[in-house]
Design a protein around this ligand. Structure first.
Ligand SMILES: [Ca+2]
Length: 181
């Protein structure tokens, strides 16, 4: 009888630890260190007519940070298949942001929800909106709640300038999912 007990423990242990710990998401190029002047945001989607540049001034990590300027100034990442996304109750976004000209900043997150009628709908919600930025690096932490019946496995996160005005400088993006109790 001893061997099956050990096997059971060995199988259960990873599940238990997984259920109790938050799950960091591996973002592509989260510190903007992979960018070059010709290709400033590899791993990120630059939405619509947004323009981005890199700066070596006051990076929060490494040698460079990203500047959102002109146009919509939106960058995003889309995760199409996060296994077991319905195990998580919420998510947490960390980013270091600043603005030399008091630009306002926003973060949006998107995910699927199953309606009462069984239809899957895409939600795209602001985590923060028109947040005035200071000239010095500031660590922002925002959390969002996932629907109880989330099962689409897709998650989208976007960072943008509000109102197409001013300069937003970003660095050190982190994203993690928090498990249900
Ligand atoms: Ca950096």
């Amino acid at each position: 009888m001893r061997l099956p007990s050990i096997l059971l423990l060995a199988l259960a242990a990873p599940c238990l630890s997984f259920a109790q710990e938050s799950q960091p998401v591996m973002l592509a190029n989260p510190d903007f260190e992979e960018g070059t002047p010709d290709d400033p945001a590899p791993g990120w989607t630059i939405e619509r007519t947004g323009e981005v540049e890199l700066t070596g001034e006051m990076p929060a990590s490494g040698k460079q940070a990203l500047i959102l300027k002109n146009g919509y100034g939106v960058i995003s990442q889309n995760f199409v298949n996060i296994p077991g996304l319905n195990r998580y109750k919420s998510f947490k976004v960390n980013v270091v942001a600043r603005s030399p000209d008091a630009a306002k900043f926003g973060i949006r997150a998107g995910f699927f929800k199953i309606n009462d009628d069984g239809k899957q709908v895409w939600l795209d919600l602001p985590l923060v909106w028109d947040r005035p930025l200071r000239p010095d690096n500031e660590q922002l932490t925002l959390t969002g709640t996932l629907p109880n019946n989330e099962e689409g496995g897709r998650f989208w996160i976007a960072f943008y300038r509000s109102k197409k005005e001013g300069t937003v400088i970003l660095d050190s993006v982190k994203l993690e999912f928090m498990p249900r109790e």
